[in-house]
Design a protein around this ligand. Structure first.
Ligand code: ADP
Ligand code: MG
Length: 185
């Protein structure tokens, strides 16, 4: 996939399909350690040990290309390309945690892409879900919380066009600031 944001949307879709009420996305870019960490945690239905094993088995996923999506295995392939590794932890009835660590400066690392659109798409799919997005790049960070936003919106639903447009722009503007060089001497 061309953008990390699309992989992340895929993982968030998995969490929504699992009936998650709370989803948190954490992205940490550590420039000094040359490390990128992406974590998606949910409180959905989780997976039993057998499903978990199948999900992580590349032979299983290639055999079922047409039947199931390849969300997790495509993500794994991208991460592996960037000298990284994906860990999936899941407990039935409790939730799932997908975490990836990879080389931040790797030439094959896809661009982050439109994270604002990913967050807006997730919110539009499920207005009840509590979504937290935390993105840190060295000492700079961006935090978005749908619960906090809903509190300020009051009666206005979060998942209506103008609000989602605002969320998308807010996040992408915040991210642009993370990537702005500041010379503090
Ligand atoms: N967050 C999650 N919670 C519960 N089950 C999950 C989660 N992520 C993935 N799964 C399980 O793994 C399967 C494979 O996921 P994925 O590779 O994204 O393909 P797809 O979503 O198209 O089935 C899902 O069908 C689901 O059974
Ligand atoms: Mg999927």
């Amino acid at each position: 996939m061309e953008e990390l944001a699309l992989h992340i949307l895929d993982l968030v879709e998995n969490a929504l399909s699992a009936g998650a009420r709370r989803i948190s996305i954490t992205i940490i870019e550590d420039v000094n350690k040359d490390r990128l960490t992406i974590e998606i945690k949910d409180d959905g239905c989780g997976m039993d040990a057998a499903t978990l094993q199948q999900v992580l088995d590349p032979f299983y996923t290639t055999r079922t290309t047409r039947k199931v999506g390849l969300g997790l295995s495509l993500f794994q392939a991208t991460v592996a390309q960037c000298e990284g590794e994906v860990t999936v932890e899941s407990r039935p009835g409790k939730g799932t945690r997908v975490a990836a660590v990879m080389k931040l400066s790797h030439l094959d690392l896809p661009p982050l892409g439109d994270m604002g659109a990913t967050i807006a798409a997730a919110l539009s799919r499920d207005e009840e879900v509590e979504l937290n997005y935390h993105h840190r790049r060295d000492s700079k960070e961006l935090k978005f919380s749908s619960a906090w936003m809903q509190l300020h919106l009051g009666e206005i639903p979060l998942n209506c066009g103008p609000v989602l447009d605002w969320v998308q722009r807010y996040i992408n503007k915040g991210l642009a600031e993370l990537y702005t060089q500041t010379n503090k001497g």
